[in-house]
Design a protein around this ligand. Sequence first.
Ligand code: NIG
Ligand code: FE
Length: 407
Amino acid sequence: MPKWDLLLTDVQIATMVDADGYGAVGSPDALAAVAISAGQIAWIGTAAMAREESADVVRSLGGRWITPALIDCHTHLVFGGNRAAEFEQRQQGASYEEIARSGGGILSTVRATRDATADELFDAALPRANALAREGVATLEIKSGYGLNLATELRMLKVARRIGDETALDVRTTLLAAHTVPPEYSGNADGYIDFICGELLPAVADAGLADAVDAYCEGIAFTGPQVAKVFNAAKDLKLPVKLHADQLSDCGGAELAAQFKALSADHLEYTSVAGVQALADADAVAVLLPGAFLTLGETQHPPVQALRDFGVPIAIATDCNPGTSPICSIQTIMMLAARLFGLTPAECLGGVTRNAAKALGLNDRGTLAVGQRADIAVWNTSHPRELAYWHGTPQLAETLLAKAMLA
Ligand code: NIG
Ligand code: FE
């Protein structure tokens, strides 16, 4: 008989192993149990069977639901300053694109981020990361993209990694140098792309500071051919790619992401059916970002039904950033994905577990199954459907995380 490290008994489990529904194991009349060894799930069965087995520590969770710990797969959580003044301008009628074209928008955060020390960036980002952790997030992606020069992009990525070092969160970093054209290259986007491909990307890869490479394909950012250059350079360095695609217009972003076998294409409000088909063929994840849709007052909805029809996995994320999604609540995002995009509560939960893991290229988490990482969220709700329903009230009882178990 195996001797497990930990046995969690008297639980109901939303395993999230199926593409539909919760993959529930256990019921109030027949509670389940999960055994953990070496930070991995070692066994799942009934509580009645589990009592026969042995473990170093046995904990009854009193019938509570457990799910995979949550994953926020798209954030820009490290940045200097904030953009509340632009929020005020937008409330008075200015558009995001107008503000961006007049030197505000992303560029104003670039100025503030370049001016900030690593400690200042860390101190500002940490409460945001902690807010996500308090809602059950265990894996967090953080993008660069507000430095746009070598020193500041490296600083952002190091600060992001430091958040992973100093919290219970597992942080994945993404280089988003192709976010906008920095002032030094004003009017010379191609020159900046050459700098990214020739200097910045190799230096970041050399320092081992990025797990993936992202770009912003949009009228106010970079063209398809410019993004393709960055993606080719990333592929040469064996880094997976992702894309901010079709957020404000259909620029063929989904097709471009698919062409490069991207892990994910994100936003997708203006993606065509052909783009959805391309994502399906490439086995890419669609990451929907309802916080940005809400904040920008968008009216064009992402093609949710087409994504379902073609079987494209849908993830959702906070997109936490100072311009378009000043939101550090995964629970709010689940509620918004349901209310704004029509996702079911089960799709919302799959979007921050199984499909979010896939969007980060991680196959060791996002579901509760034997062999998976023991990243577990324990809830006070009477059913996991409540996670996309409540808004503003904490539902998490605790998280049990492999990182802490192995420390
Ligand atoms: O995901 N779309 C581009 N990037 C961010 C916005 C960044 C900003 O406005 O600062 C986004 O929405
Ligand atoms: Fe984003």
